[in-house]
Ligand binder design. Structure first.
Ligand SMILES: Cc1cc2nc3c(=O)[nH]c(=O)nc-3n(C[C@H](O)[C@H](O)[C@H](O)COP(=O)(O)OP(=O)(O)OC[C@H]3O[C@@H](n4cnc5c(N)ncnc54)[C@H](O)[C@@H]3O)c2cc1C
Length: 387
């Protein structure tokens, strides 16, 4: 790939930067953590603002309402987005980053026509109902049952760790449609309408005091067969399409944010009393982190370029996800260390935020497939090692 940006890319940068310079301050600060309805309103209003300006779904094909930007401009977009400190995509994450792309790749014309514009305009919020209490890394052992009755599926079971399910309208749901088939062959991918009597959502509080994710209990919940994505019992194949989006390009925005997080850390070390920035060991660690983030960004650029060529994220996304998770944890731990006792006491907004970021970073090596699972995927699918 050519890593030099063209005049057209730079023109796009200027245009997008000037839009962000006006629009980000105009959108105001996010609501306080924990108020998820307010967060939904804030995020979906931002999504709508981007849609109206032509900046929603920049990688989605134009025929599905996206902007269909070439890969170089997708990268420029991400760089400028992070530079401006624009709002994190948050409640729109599942819809924009993997449910929408899965419907583009695998959905019917009717499903695309109904859902894609709603996702792009911020009118519908999606969550993911894959994991179960007994099915995490070994996702294919999921047990939530869907029985076909006439023109609909009737669903019973339990999902867990469904991020932001308490403010979601739809769920990308994996169910078992054939309990007698080998476990990978009896799964189906469905679109579940969350606003129905058989769906009970219970938020779960995590170590940082917030409820980011939920348990979802399904009791005779209904899904019309027209809301099935892919064929019945072919859901494992569709799931792998979703997971490649989730582990591949979906992390690009997070990765670029690491750079601003590192700059914040340097600013912190320079301003704290006690000459923290004079510590050579700290400077060496910052230098190494900086080089690692650059390397990771190059890997991301390569992954995005490959995904443009094939239409699907490359399996090297697992390597990007793995390395990103480790770097994000190292960086937020280092920030807490630099703060020292101030972090323990939570003396000001800056240290409260640093501790929150650190606690949140613990999940990176678990969510979207644990680091052990990513290593297995890299070994088998990238390096071609035996199972
Ligand atoms: C913040 C966050 C958000 C999430 N959001 C969602 C969501 O929206 N929707 C959803 O469906 N799920 C979600 N998840 C769930 C996530 O996908 C699972 O937590 C993850 O896949 C691990 O499954 P588990 O928690 O059951 O752990 P387990 O699979 O029980 O793993 C426990 C430990 O055993 C290790 N292990 C397991 N199998 C192997 C193996 N074969 N080889 C080596 N080591 C192994 C794991 O690496 C891990 O260390 C989320 C999780 C987090 C942390």
């Amino acid at each position: 790939m050519d890593l030099v940006y063209s005049d057209a890319d730079e023109a796009f940068r200027t245009e997008f930067r000037s839009w962000l310079e006006q629009s980000v301050p105009a959108h105001g600060p996010p609501p306080p953590p924990g108020d998820w309805q307010a967060r939904r309103d804030y995020d979906t209003a931002w999504q709508r603002r981007m849609y109206d300006a032509g900046y929603a779904g920049i990688a989605w094909p134009t025929q599905f309402g996206g902007r269909g930007l070439p890969v170089s401009q997708q990268l420029v977009y991400l760089e400028e987005y992070a530079r401006a400190g624009a709002p994190y995509i948050s409640v729109n994450f599942v819809g924009m980053m993997h449910a929408g792309p899965t419907l583009i790749a695998e959905g019917t014309d009717e499903q695309r026509a109904f859902h894609l514009p709603r996702i792009l305009r911020g009118e519908s919020v999606w969550c993911q109902g894959f994991s179960e209490p007994q099915a995490g890394s070994d996702l294919a052992s999921l047990r939530t049952r869907a029985e076909r009755r006439g023109e609909e599926y009737v669903i019973n079971g339990q999902k867990i760790w469904s991020t932001r399910a308490h403010v979601a309208d739809y769920c990308e749901l994996l169910v078992r449609t054939d309990p007698d088939a080998p476990k990978h062959e009896g799964i189906t991918w469905l679109i579940l309408d969350m606003h129905q009597p058989g769906v009970e959502v219970r938020p779960m509080r995590t170590i940082d005091g917030e409820a980011h994710f939920c348990e979802v209990f399904l009791t005779d919940a209904r899904v019309p067969i027209t809301d099935r994505v892919g064929a019945e019992n072919d859901g494992w194949r569709v799931t792998n399409v979703t997971l490649r989006f989730e582990r591949g390009t979906a992390f690009a925005q997070h990765i670029i944010t690491l750079r601003s997080q590192l700059q914040d850390l340097v600013r912190l070390a320079r301003t704290l009393p006690g000459g923290r920035w004079e510590d050579n060991a700290l400077r060496a660690q910052v230098g190494r982190l900086s080089a690692s983030i650059d390397g990771l960004w190059r890997m991301t650029q390569r992954g995005i370029a490959e995904s443009e060529a094939t239409g699907l994220p490359a399996p090297t996304g697992s390597a990007v996800k793995l390395r990103f998770s480790e770097l994000a944890q190292e960086l937020s731990e280092l920030t807490v260390r630099v703060l020292g006792m101030a972090a323990v006491g939570g003396v000001d907004a800056r240290s409260v935020e640093a501790v929150r970021t650190y606690l949140w970073s613990l999940q990176y090596t678990i969510a979207a497939g644990t680091s052990q699972i990513q290593r297995t995927l890299i070994a088998e699918r990238v390096l071609g090692m035996p199972k």
